[in-house]
Ligand binder design. Structure first.
Ligand code: PMP
Length: 295
């Protein structure tokens, strides 16, 4: 049986301080966030009833909104509490959590200074990659669009508008028979995938791009700490695509994908293959499972 659509499910969604039955959690069609992408969001995971890095995610939601000029009616503590109450109310100790903040429908037009800020939170079980994906590794292709530079917009922010190109890149990958894309930054060096950060294992060191044109993921920061704890040297630098030839393992990190190996990258005429669940990946995935409370 196929999954029910997201507007037709059982459960509760938190909206501006209230628990609303899932099917009644609606906004008007003339909502500013829908027309002009005045929207920011988060993705979090709960493991055995505890939301991993909850405070960091709630704070990032507030900070992302501030980049869009949002003034919130909720504090970081209130957003933390709402996330906890929501998973409790929905009885979802292991789930994905999606807070979103967006401008409402009071006024229509590009300017939105008078529009209210809505905050909503939903949660559902989400096996994004699945165990098979983790053990087989992902296959990536070249993206259609690169990341924008920060001169265009602070492209390190988790703003919905920036996901226009991520969605087009991801759609492109799926149509071409791949799992995801390798997305470059404005300098033509490796940035990330469409929804996760990227690491390369080169001569036992962990190389990862400088997060100046993409989200410095909370999972990315966690994995860097875990690697250092394992005595693995971490190098943050501009990484040309050709350096994939030097990598023995490549993996992605993100709340949804967690830590997932990449099996190959097809880029123009080149195909780069990597060991899946190599030594470094195996160690870091094990440590990640421990710190998240998965095992
Ligand atoms: N890059 C993009 C484009 C993403 O959407 C995400 C997921 N939020 C990440 C990186 C990883 O961020 P995090 O580890 O904080 O989930």
């Amino acid at each position: 049986m196929s999954e029910p659509p997201f507007h037709d499910r059982d459960g509760w969604i938190w909206h501006n301080g209230d628990m609303v039955p899932w099917r009644d959690a609606k906004v008007h069609l003339l909502t500013h966030g829908l027309h002009y992408a005045s929207s920011v969001f988060e993705g979090e995971r709960a493991y055995n009833g505890k939301i991993f890095k909850l405070r960091e995610h709630s704070q990032r939601l507030l900070d992302s909104g501030e980049s869009l000029g949002f003034e919130y009616d909720f504090t970081v503590e209130q957003i933390d509490d709402a996330c906890r109450e929501l998973i409790e109310k929905n009885d979802l100790p292991n789930c994905y959590i999606r807070p979103v903040a967006f401008k409402g429908s009071e006024f229509m037009g590009v300017i939105n200074t008078q529009n209210s800020v809505h905050v909503a939170i939903a949660a559902w079980p989400w096996e994004y990659i699945g165990a098979a994906g983790q053990t087989q590794g992902l296959r990536l292709c070249k993206s259609i669009y690169n990341r924008p530079s920060t001169e265009f917009f602070p492209s390190t922010v988790k703003a919905a508008g920036l996901y226009t190109t991520n969605t087009l890149n991801k759609n492109h990958a799926h149509k071409a028979g791949y799992d995801d894309c390798l997305v470059l930054g404005p300098r033509g060096t490796i940035a990330e995938s469409t929804s996760a950060n990227m690491f390369l294992v080169i001569d036992g060191q962990l190389h990862t791009p400088v997060p100046d044109c993409f989200l410095n993921g909370i999972t990315r920061q966690t994995v860097i700490e875990l690697a250092k704890g394992e005595g693995i040297e971490v190098v943050e630098r501009d990484i040309p695509v050709g350096d994939l030839a030097k990598a023995s393992e490549v993996f992605l990190t993100g709340t949804a994908v967690e830590v997932t190996p990449v099996a190959s990258v097809n880029y123009d005429d080149a195909k780069y293959d990597f060991k899946v669940m190599g030594d470094v990946e195996t160690r870091l995935i094990q440590r990640f499972r421990e710190v998240t409370g998965m095992s």
